[in-house]
Write a protein that binds this ligand. Structure first.
Ligand SMILES: CC(C)(COP(=O)(O)OP(=O)(O)OC[C@H]1O[C@@H](n2cnc3c(N)ncnc32)[C@H](O)[C@@H]1OP(=O)(O)O)[C@@H](O)C(=O)NCCC(=O)NCCS
Length: 172
């Protein structure tokens, strides 16, 4: 079944709930998207609500991936408020439904959000990756380069830390 990508979809209550459910599933399958498992939808919902408010305010731009009418992936551009940094944007909350991972959909989703960044006129995109899972190779596969690391910047448990890998993709 093909996966279709939509830029700036209407954030209906139904889509917002699908985002919460997807984010919960991805996290509980081991995904590193702002949480550590286990989480419930109630844990994720306030963070998703905050993100939805950012979309409404124009601070975030969503690319949604659908298969057969169901949400199966998200990626966002997060715009910079700082007047000296408005020429580049962040890529955040990149995730694909656990049942579909490894099938090339993540790469297509990422390319769609990169194209959106280019179409919006950004000079470059930046993102942060939690170390230890090899996900930086996923971003490298579409051209992002590691430009540095914040050692132990992410605390995943009491005494357990991960680096925050900074990745950068020039668009011009
Ligand atoms: C990361 C994620 C979005 C990738 O999507 P996907 O559909 O599984 O990836 P694809 O099948 O499109 O893979 C594209 C390429 O990246 C590589 N890749 C994908 N996931 C990888 C991983 N976890 N580690 C290393 N390489 C990975 C693939 O081998 C493939 O390489 P190739 O083009 O040379 O064959 C998806 O696995 C996911 O949602 N993971 C959980 C959430 C998460 O951790 N998101 C990242 C937050 S920074």
């Amino acid at each position: 079944m093909p996966v279709a990508f939509t830029r700036d979809p209407d954030l209906t209550p139904a889509l917002r709930e699908e985002i919460v459910q997807l984010w919960t599933r991805v996290t509980n399958a081991g995904g590193a998207v702002g949480f550590v498992p286990p989480v419930t939808a109630a844990d994720v919902r306030p963070v998703a609500d905050e993100q939805a408010a950012g979309v409404r305010a124009g601070e975030l731009r969503l690319v949604a991936a659908h298969q057969d009418g169901a949400l199966v992936g998200t990626a966002y551009l997060k715009l910079n408020a700082h007047r000296l940094m408005r020429h580049w944007a962040w890529v955040v909350t990149v995730m694909v439904d656990p049942g579909l991972q490894g099938g090339g959909h993540g790469k297509r989703l990422l390319n769609e959000v990169i194209d959106m960044g280019r179409d919006l006129g950004f000079d470059a995109l930046r993102l942060g990756v939690r170390s230890g899972r090899g996900v930086e190779d996923f971003y490298a596969a579409v051209g992002f380069e590691e430009i540095g690391r914040m050692p132990d910047a992410i605390r995943v448990a009491g005494g357990e830390f991960r680096d925050d890998i900074m990745m950068w993709l020039p668009l011009k």
